[in-house]
Design a protein around this ligand. Structure first.
Ligand code: ADP
Ligand code: MG
Length: 267
């Protein structure tokens, strides 16, 4: 492998319409092992940003920090600022449950609850105090339509979600995440466990969703990043190396390391 000057950085700065940004974000595991080394970057509203980089480069760790999911990992510590609009949501006093209603997450493995398709979505809203059946029906239908699953399941809403195919289950998880109308949707390799057709459908759904949501997706699939995202961030070894328009990253990156990675020469 070629040697690179990893201290060079090419980080795009956006002038306006930023919904989320981090400043000097660091993540430590087991007290002192620093996995993310001070990442400062911005996420523009109603755009899809892809995080790419080799396995172990810190993409998932960084993504999980954005809605405080690292709080659930024993021994993990996050420092620096995570600005959601004007609030630093990395402050201890911030209500994590409220954060996750604004910044939702879809995981690599579809993880529907062992409940009916309907209840997978309705349950959160019932817990929030919505009792009216008509209102719940409407929430379920809207979310399933946005996730492009409604037509396939509308006659089987009471069937177990566990009987869905992998692609359908992932779309149910997307529906569940968007049913609480978040601003931002974090997706960690949402299609990596799916077949090519389901993957394509998820990508189409994302393109639809970006009209209403800001999406940040981790993917190791370079074609996927170039197909769906507006901006691409290249991570390596816990650092953000280059961040720019997707087209630029894939056709004319500023750094040799980025070019070698996107052309498959390492990682
Ligand atoms: N729960 C964890 N506990 C300890 N170390 C972790 C944990 N999750 C990830 N790491 C470490 O943090 C680094 C970044 O991992 P990760 O964020 O999963 O990378 P990526 O998603 O890019 O593959 C790796 O060295 C990994 O071993
Ligand atoms: Mg990962």
């Amino acid at each position: 492998m070629a040697t690179y000057d990893w201290n060079q950085r090419q980080i795009k700065k956006f002038e306006n319409n930023i919904v989320l940004h981090t400043e000097d974000l660091r993540v430590f595991y087991n007290g002192d092992k620093e996995a993310i080394h001070g990442v400062t970057m911005q996420f523009p509203v109603n755009r899809i940003t892809a995080l790419i980089g080799p396995s172990g480069s810190g993409k998932s760790t960084y993504l999980r920090a954005l809605n405080r999911m690292n709080d659930t990992i024993d021994g993990a510590k996050v420092t620096g600022k995570i600005m959601y609009e004007d609030v630093d949501i990395n402050q201890r006093k911030v209500n994590v449950y409220e954060v996750r209603k604004q910044i939702g997450m879809v995981f690599q493995r579809p993880n529907p609850f062992a409940k009916s398709i309907y209840e997978n979505i309705a349950f959160i809203h019932r817990r929030e105090g919505i009792k009216d059946k008509k209102k719940l029906d409407e929430i379920v239908e809207t979310a399933l339509k946005q996730a492009a699953l409604w037509d396939q399941v509308k006659d089987n809403l009471n069937k177990s979600a566990l009987a869905l195919s992998g692609g359908q289950a992932q779309r149910l998880c997307i529906a569940r995440a968007i049913s609480v109308t978040p601003d931002v949707l974090l997706m960690d390799e949402p299609a990596s466990a799916l077949d090519p057709i389901s993957t394509m459908q998820i990508e189409e759904t994302m393109t639809e969703l970006k009209k209403n949501y800001t999406i940040i997706i981790v993917t190791h699939n370079m074609q996927q990043a170039s197909r769906v995202s507006d901006y691409t961030a290249f991570f390596y070894s816990g650092d953000l190396i280059e961040y720019d328009d997707t087209l630029k990253i894939f056709t004319n990156p500023s750094l040799k390391s980025t070019e070698d990675y996107v052309s498959g020469h390492f990682g």
